[in-house]
Every structure is written in structure tokens, then in C-alpha cells.
Design a protein around this ligand. Sequence first.
Ligand code: ADP
Ligand code: MG
Length: 147
Amino acid sequence: MNMNNVYTTQSAEETRVLGGELTGEIIPGTLLCLFGDLGAGKTTFTQGFLEGIGAERPFVSPTFVIMKQYDLLKPVSGIERIYHVDAYRVETKDFETIGFSEWCEDKKGIVILEWPERVADLLPAKRTEIHFKSVSENEREIKVTSF
Ligand code: ADP
Ligand code: MG
């Protein structure tokens, strides 16, 4: 997977595989912002990523806990932790309070953020954006851009 490219997937499985392939390119300290409507594939992609990087199951949705942290038993190219974050139900000021910037400053961590538009004011300039779009029932366009 290239960090500046557009991909098309034809099934949830293909999106999961693509998420797994990202683990070969990503560097520690990266903030990954996942944009896209409900059902566009953000969580499917994230689960492929978590699986690919060897995070411990269960992979739970952070919708109700806001942040789920995975400490890797075996670090992968300097990455020791993944913070999977969902900003859907969060106010910007609360997001600061619970430690969003500290997770982003973790030099051995990766932050995966769903619904980044909810906390747009807090996003550091240096980030990777992935935009998910439903093209048809089973087709998704997935565009990766690194800033
Ligand atoms: P989000 O987290 O963006 O709301 P999810 O990953 O939870 O989206 O859900 C995506 C839904 O779309 C799942 O039900 C999945 O099976 C389905 N789906 C169908 N085709 C694809 C595809 N190409 N990529 C990802 N998901 C797909
Ligand atoms: Mg989701």
C-alpha cells in the first residue's frame, strides 16, 4: 500500500486486506484520520490493520468508550501501541481533556481516529487522511493522503 493513492475494493474482505497492508508502510507517531459516512468501511479497514499489526483480540468498537488502546506484545517497526478513537459522540473540549494530543505525541504509537471532522480544530497539520466512499453496495473508493 502506497501512502498517497486511491484504491477500489469490491468486498469487505478486500478492505480488511488493504488495512493489513498499511501496517507495512506506516511509521510510529502517525495520526490516521478516517473520513466517511456510516457503512463506508472505516471499522472494517481498522480491524484489518489491527489484525495485520498483531494486536490482541477482541477488537472492540470504541464508539461507546471513545478510545480503545492496544498494547502490542511484539512491537512492529517501532510501533508499540495503537489508539483506536471514535469522536462521533464527543465535544471538542472533552476530547482535549481525555488526552487526544498526548496520544498523538506518543512517538511509539499510532492513533486511528474515526469521525475526525467532529474535532477538526484539534487535528495536527501532520497527519494521514483516508477518505472512504461507498460507490455501490460492495464497492468502496479508499483514498489515502499524507500531509
Ligand atoms: P464504518 O465504520 O465506516 O461505519 P463498517 O466497516 O462498520 O463502516 O461497515 C461497512 C459495511 O459495509 C459492512 O457491513 C461491510 O460488510 C459492508 N461492505 C460491503 N462492501 C464493502 C467493502 N468493499 N469494503 C468495506 N465494507 C464493505
Ligand atoms: Mg465505524
